[in-house]
Design a protein around this ligand. Structure first.
Ligand code: TEU
Ligand code: CA
Length: 562
């Protein structure tokens, strides 16, 4: 048996730079801001920082629209700031993983600017250009090459009258999709990746990487009632050449290179079976992927604005399937929050009366699974959703487009605002709450997005010195992953799958056996016979010892039952 990869016992922390800490008072988080908080990250104990994009960008989608892949946007700092950050992280034994956004570029990227000039421009074929639908006048409604809708509203095609064709963009019109069929595109990406590795970075988080191979016939998608656009996703998700492209990337970028790297693909719509193909080490594609199944369970038909309460048995079934499906080969990434998801404390917990208990409960359930946990900035101090009440407070392009489109189609504004309050991507993007002081200690200027008024109570300084500290609890969880082989390598057995409020599972490794018991509710819960255990408590979120046969509201216990 070979040595497990280094990242099996690592914990990753995601920084959304715009919202983490502002070093120069312009109201936008930046690299100097991050540099000022390295002690904090080291204290938390995380091994890896994943940095959302800091490359040059017109910031139409907060950096997920890159116009120069080798330069740091001045908004975030200088090249020297970046190298200092990388160096300082390495000095502290931490690694840095960059976001790699290569399904699309920014429309301001010089290559797209060339490509759009003429049909015979040498760069034309770097993107997806198509004629109008036969029988339609180019540019008129319905003339798009196919019926796909973009992820952020409107059609996935934009017409360019100068050359009489449309280009494809799965996201905003400012994010044209790259044509991975063109070998020159692929090799340019690989070269850029090698350039970053030469600079010293430790890996990549690959944005929507399972969208890069499209069905070349670009067929229409199914139109669900109530929608005007078709769902193109079956024709661009996990497409025909995806595994070939990823294997080529692995070879071209990583083969013969010494070091401990991490690759994690963002793969919306990937099933366990597909994830196994992506992450089986013998296939040499990716180390792990971010799957979306568990964050879609509270959405009707996968439509995010059409949300409903989470059914706990559904979540247990899903996580269990992923734990078992990637047990022998492949590897899971474990996350509940990121910059695109509402904060899980507000979404699945009780962010008022049982804020500490439910924050630590979800953290425990996640971190004690087999896989690599990801912590999104602020969850480690129990930050909540934004709680915005006016459309003027929103900044996210998806949220603003949703509001404009749905109200134009007759949805009452209050209803649209309610959906945004629950699901908007701005929920996790409010500034990191460092202190109870002005602007939560995030900036000395005017923040680009409102700071949550609850920062007076919820902030890193207060939390870290509180009796009930979410931060210290995360430290404990991270320490367990670093020190306990059963957490890293043990097998996983779900208990009581049908129970509506109890989340229970066992981990086993050789002679070691752990039992995790969680009461996902605000009421006292009777532990079913056979699961009640008075084995030594490894970690729990109540200070006073409890009755083995009962769990208190949002109580979680990890017990040694060896
Ligand atoms: O997200 C891709 C993605 O599919 C989503 O999580 C998306 O935000 C969601 O479907 C919206 O409802 C990635 C990035 O994480 C996101 O921030 C970018 O906006 C997007 O790609 C485009 O680069
Ligand atoms: Ca700044």
């Amino acid at each position: 048996p070979h040595q497990p990869a280094w990242w099996t016992s690592a914990v990753v922390y995601q920084i959304y730079p715009r919202s983490f800490a502002d070093g120069n008072g312009d109201g936008i988080g930046d690299l100097r801001g991050i540099l000022a908080h390295l002690d904090y990250l080291q204290d938390l104990g995380v091994d890896v920082i994943w940095l959302s994009p800091v490359h040059e960008s017109p910031q139409r989608d907060n950096g997920y629209d890159i116009s120069n892949y080798r330069r740091i946007d001045r908004l975030f700092g200088t090249e020297e700031d970046f190298d200092e950050l990388l160096g300082q992280l390495h000095v502290r034994g931490m690694k840095l993983v960059m976001d790699l956004v290569v399904n699309h570029t920014s429309s301001e990227h010089p290559v797209f600017q060339e490509a759009r000039k003429s049909r015979d421009n040498p760069y034309r074929d770097y993107f997806w250009w198509r004629d109008a639908r036969p029988g339609f006048e180019p540019g008129e409604p319905g003339a798009e090459p196919n019926n796909w809708g973009s992820h952020f509203g409107g059609p996935a095609w934009t017409y360019e009258p100068e050359t009489g064709q449309y280009y494809l963009h799965l996201f905003t019109p400012h994010q044209p999709d790259l044509n991975w069929e063109n070998p020159a595109v692929r090799h340019a990406v690989y070269e850029t990746m090698r350039w970053w590795l030469d600079r010293g970075v430790d890996g990549f988080r690959m944005d929507v990487i399972n969208f890069i191979s499209k069905d070349l016939t670009l067929p229409d998608g199914l139109v669900t009632p109530g929608s005007i656009w078709g769902d193109g996703s079956p024709h661009f998700t996990n497409g025909p050449r995806i595994h070939e492209f990823l294997q080529e990337m692995r070879r071209e970028v990583f083969s013969g290179r010494d070091g401990d790297f991490l690759t994690v693909g963002e793969t919306p719509g990937a099933t366990v079976e597909q994830a196994l193909l992506y992450t089986d080490p013998y296939r040499a594609e990716l180390d792990m992927v971010f799957q979306f199944e568990h964050v879609s369970l509270d959405q009707v038909g996968g439509r995010k604005w059409d949300y409903r309460p989470l059914s706990l048995p559904d979540l247990k079934t899903s996580w269990n399937r992923w734990q078992r499906g990637l047990a022998d080969r492949g590897w899971n990434s474990l996350y509940l929050s990121n910059h695109d998801q509402p904060r899980h404390l507000s979404r699945f917990g009780d962010d008022a009366g049982f804020r500490y208990e439910s924050a630590t409960l979800w953290a425990t359930l996640l971190h004690l699974q087999r896989g690599t946990p990801y912590v999104y900035q602020g969850e480690e101090i129990g930050m909540t959703n934004a709680g915005f009440t006016s459309i003027d407070q929103y900044r996210d392009v998806e949220s603003l487009n949703f509001y404009a489109e749905s109200t134009a189609q007759g949805m009452p504004a209050v209803e649209a605002l309610e959906a945004l309050r629950a699901m908007s991507r701005d929920n996790p993007r409010t500034p990191m709450q460092w202190t109870a002081g002005p602007n939560a200690g995030f900036t000395e200027g005017q923040p680009w997005i409102d700071v949550s008024p609850n920062h007076a109570d919820i902030n890193a300084e207060t939390d870290r010195s509180a009796d009930k500290s979410v931060f210290r609890y995360y430290q404990d969880l991270i320490r367990l992953r670093h020190t306990q082989d059963v957490v890293v390598l043990g097998d996983f057995h779900l208990e009581a799958p049908e129970h509506p409020h109890l989340f229970a599972y066992r981990r086993h490794l050789d002679e070691t056996a752990w039992l995790v018991l969680a009461n996902v509710s605000g009421d006292v819960l009777d532990v079913p016979l056979g699961l009640a255990s008075d084995g030594p408590l490894i970690l729990g979120n109540y200070a006073e010892p409890g009755d083995p046969a009962e769990l208190r509201p949002w109580e979680v216990r990890a017990l040694d039952v060896s």
